[in-house]
Design a protein around this ligand. Structure first.
Ligand SMILES: Cc1cc2nc3c(=O)[nH]c(=O)nc-3n(C[C@H](O)[C@H](O)[C@H](O)COP(=O)(O)OP(=O)(O)OC[C@H]3O[C@@H](n4cnc5c(N)ncnc54)[C@H](O)[C@@H]3O)c2cc1C
Length: 568
């Protein structure tokens, strides 16, 4: 689908591989300079006309195993009873921002200051990245227009950026109980805004929703600007590898991308006159690098892929957050189950969303969450978090059962517990040299004692949360009542799943570091002409849901690229 500028060109100034979260930020910013031509190549189809993408409450239906999912699964997880887990990634314009659960969190100032210290680039520090968060964000009123005083600190937010976000736009019965707990129990203090750089505490959840509809990189950064004559988009097309123009040279200069639409289909090459930018995400970016001969020599040799650049860190350092849900039966009947059992109520809710963009479907699955530290952890382990202002775990308060079949009777509360500063590291490797085969994805969850310790304590924290007086008339019984280490460990091994936040598989490091894939300016180490801009470059996982950080990363990257090429 070439833009109005005419047919596809044979060459562009910049070729962006992946029209996802980061890719479409770059597409927008680089084409602000009308002398610069950009091609975005996206493997998936358009995001238009898909209600599971548009309607915030339907987010859990968009994936896994749908037409807008890459439909990956992990390798069997050694520490989770050998289970293989669904590992959704957006296969659609907007990438994972089109299919994620919409939570907007920036992480702790300590996360970003750690990025700065490990890369030696103060540009990644909290103080210097904050303007990029603000530049990408447009804080909007919630769908019901309620007064949000006390639920957020508006001055901590951007109001003239592109990605819309808002506080919940429909109340749930949990709201007063969650808030009452913050006044009853000092372990769970209220935090007026988790996006201030200091996320610890319980707070209202901000989501990438504007006027009751999902705001993604496709709806915000791309669609309103898609008629720019210097921006072309190629959908339903995969980049199979990138190629240097000077093969055999010790410093490869990448200039060509090879594309195809099927494993046996014809290969076509398109030239980038200035840069190729990989924005294919933390799973596919390392796969493309490996297929291009950029990676650990040993892996490439095994696969029979000629080595273009020996880069041992490619596909290493994969980091994701494990999450486990506990549920309780409750006295109230205003929970997800009631709607799921009654198609008439579901139809009414949809009609309301469809006509006025109001009602329960304008929200995601949670109105509040908590970001907490395990008090005695540092007496037993060195701190896995980035600093004292960063959480070890997250609690998510959900008004019903999720990701599980609804039983015929009963109403439920779910509290999910996630280890948000994990120390386990996994890998992305190849299972074959066919770009249309999935890579081997091994998040290697819960491979360290401290990660198990945090998960156990995070489950205990959820149990403690609902033991407060605020819940005494609401909770009937827990679905799981284990409390000992052994009982909790068994439950964790059997029930933990990914939160779908992979990062780090093509990490940035300091300019002269002996590890890492890209320099702090996101250019590929040891090469020319190739930059990586997506979640794979984060050296550590922010103790957060990462999309806000990916938007900020891509905003800063666009400034770095514009400066490098003198663009306006
Ligand atoms: C189910 C789910 C729920 C999540 N919930 C949240 C949440 O609530 N809050 C939050 O902050 N984060 C959440 N995340 C994570 C967040 O969405 C991602 O971290 C972020 O969007 C990643 O951005 P990215 O640019 O790195 O990759 P992506 O947005 O995934 O973009 C990569 C793009 O590249 C394309 N691509 C890949 N390979 C090729 C190829 N070879 N050729 C052409 N195109 C290619 C893909 O199709 C995709 O469009 C969730 C993710 C998922 C999957």
């Amino acid at each position: 689908t070439p833009g109005p500028g005419g047919g596809m060109q044979n060459s562009y100034d910049f070729i962006i591989v992946g029209g996802g979260t980061a890719g479409l930020v770059l597409a927008n910013r680089l084409t602000e300079d009308n002398h610069t031509s950009v091609l975005v190549i996206e493997a998936g189809n358009t995001d238009l006309g898909n209600l599971d993408i548009e309607v915030p409450f339907f987010c859990a239906q968009a994936t896994p195993f749908t037409s807008v999912d890459w439909n990956f699964t992990t390798v069997p997880q050694t520490n989770l009873n050998g289970r293989s887990l669904a590992y959704p990634r957006g296969f659609v314009l907007g990438g994972s921002s089109s299919v994620n659960f919409l939570a907007y969190t920036r992480g702790s100032e300590d996360d970003w200051d750690r990025f700065a210290s490990v890369t030696g680039d103060q540009g990644w520090s909290w103080n210097q990245i904050l303007p990029f968060f603000l530049r990408s964000e447009k804080l909007t009123p919630p769908a019901d227009g309620h007064n949000t005083t006390g639920e957020i600190i508006p001055s901590d937010h951007g109001t003239s950026g592109l990605v819309g976000d808002s506080l919940p736009g429909f109340p749930t019965p949990l709201d007063p109980m969650v808030l009452a707990t913050t006044t009853e129990d000092p372990e769970f203090p209220f935090n007026p805004d988790v996006n201030s750089g200091s996320p610890l505490g319980i707070s209202w959840a901000l989501s990438t929703i504007a006027a009751g509809v999902r705001s993604s990189s496709a709806t915000s950064y791309f669609r309103p600007f898609s008629t720019r004559p210097n921006l072309d988009l190629l959908l339903n097309t995969q980049v199979t590898r990138v190629l240097p123009s000077n093969s055999g040279s010790s410093t490869p200069q990448f200039q060509m991308v090879e594309v195809a639409q099927s494993s046996n289909g014809p290969r076509t090459q398109i030239q980038a006159n200035k840069e190729i930018i990989l924005s294919a995400g933390a799973v596919k970016t390392p796969q493309i690098l490996l297929l291009s001969g950029i990676g650990p020599a040993e892996t490439l040799n095994t696969m029979g892929i000629p080595i273009v650049l020996d880069s041992p860190s490619v596909g290493q350092n994969l980091t994701d957050q494990p999450i486990v849900a506990q549920s309780w039966s409750v006295t109230g009947n205003d929970t997800f189950e009631t709607v799921e059992r009654d198609p008439a109520i579901a139809a009414e809710e949809f009609a309301e969303w469809n006509s006025t963009r109001t009602g329960p479907l304008t929200d995601t699955l949670l109105n509040q969450f908590g970001w907490l530290r395990v008090e005695n952890l540092t007496s037993l382990f060195s701190d896995p978090a980035s600093g004292p202002n960063a959480p070890h775990f997250e609690l998510l308060f959900i008004n019903g059962l999720i990701l599980t079949a609804v039983p015929p009777t009963g109403n439920f509360l779910t509290i999910s517990s996630a280890d948000v500063s994990p120390t386990s590291r996994g890998t992305i490797t190849l299972q074959s040299s066919d770009p249309f085969d999935a890579p081997l994805i091994d998040p290697n969850f819960l491979a360290t004692d401290v990660d198990f310790f945090v998960m156990r304590e995070a489950m205990r924290s959820a149990q403690k949360f609902v033991s407060n007086a605020a819940w005494s008339n609401y909770i009937i019984a827990p679905s799981f009542n284990g409390t000992t280490d052994d009982e909790l460990d068994a439950f964790i091994r059997e029930n933990t799943i990914p939160i779908f936040h992979p990062v780090g598989s093509a990490a940035m490091s300091a300019q002269n570091a002996d590890h890492g894939v890209v320099d702090p300016d996101l250019t590929l180490k040891g090469a020319k002409g190739l930059r990586i801009v997506d979640a794979s470059v984060f050296p550590f996982i922010p103790a957060a849901h990462p999309q806000a950080g990916v938007y900020a990363l891509a905003e800063r990257a666009s400034d770095l690229i514009k400066a490098a090429w003198g663009l306006s």
